[in-house]
Design a protein. Sequence first.
Length: 442
Amino acid sequence: MLRKYILQFTQDYLEFRLPEFFSIASSFNIPVKIDDQLSSKQNPVLVVEVPSEECLRKIANRTVLLRNVIEYWGSGKTIDEVKSEIENLPKEITEPYVKNEKTSFSVKFHSSNHNIDLQEKVIKIDNFLESYPINGKVNLKNPEKVFHLIECYKDKRETSIPILDRMYFGRFICDSDRNSIKDFHLSKRKVIGNTSMDAELSFIISNISQSKSGGFIYDPFVGTGSLLVACAKHGAFVSGCDIDKKLLSGRGKSSRKGQKWRDRDETVRGNLKQYGLDNRYFDVLIADTSKQAMWNIKDTMFDAIVTDPPYGIREPTVKSGNNETKLSNDQTKMVYVMTDILSDLLLFAAKYLHIGGRLVFWLPVYREEYVLENIPENKAMQCIFNCEQILNSKVSRRLLTYQKTRAFQPDTDNNVHFGKNHYEESFRDRINTNIIGFLTFE
């Protein structure tokens, strides 16, 4: 029998919450059903049905965007509606927690889309407890039982005054482990670069890719390895590739303020070693991702491919000359246009991902001209998630997740189709032409 629970997410990256949550649930083989009538895309609260609270504890231990899990007791537009739902619950669910006078409790209040000061919060909690009394002693510092009262208001863009959409009440189950990512913030990182991925987004991408213990994850534009750090933390073996020989070798100018040159241990491996994850490090290749002929293998290799391809904003988009087979300091370099990058990514994934494996990467777009037909297609790959991160009014980037659905068939799967090409000119040229005061990417 499925039980109802309230999931309270952060206010950030609302489009990413379901892909991350369902990816983790799927990797643990946990069935989840969303109660659409009690949930809203405008608010960071979802009501779901799962087999047990232990299932949600497992998910909460991995997720980044979830704040906490609450056992659903009731919801409604008014306190009376919430109370009526609670009173209709089986007594074995509520009475052990509300009838025992010897235990202590607290009620925490949260609101979304509307700021409520402390005094008003206390009044709202008192009003609720007058309608639905809870036996026991109030203890705000170390209570034995914790309850949550949540008020979700309509989107501020839809109304000039605060309008309550729905309130929820339930028993606290657990917090997520999202605070653990503080140890991985870039400010504490051994190696950073101009395009190092934010720690929170790195862990979101790792979760969506379904990184797991014993899996093998590859980043074809690895840079400083920010994505691989998150994947390794989740237990995967990691590898990558980059054309920048100096970056992968710990040479050249440092991106860190106040430091002129990189130390020799400022490498991808150095980043992993900092967190005790170097036993997850397979290796990185100094190579040109566009030269797929170097992968002279017939079998699939990877459980997931994750990457943040170069856009030409902070780092150049380059590849080696057409006739060059090895990298050198004086090699000829050519512009690696975005359409070719995306085509190479999908073809590589179609060939070398295991069936069911995922490709997760960022797609930069000019918002006014973006249409769904801009998404690249390959017959062996299915786009299952498309999440937008808005950077400013003109530009966003989309996190695309593809899943390999069948074995690669050279006769039919050896090409990538664009319904409409979003990159007839380079992304950098488009930005410089159309946008003044462009907000650069993380």
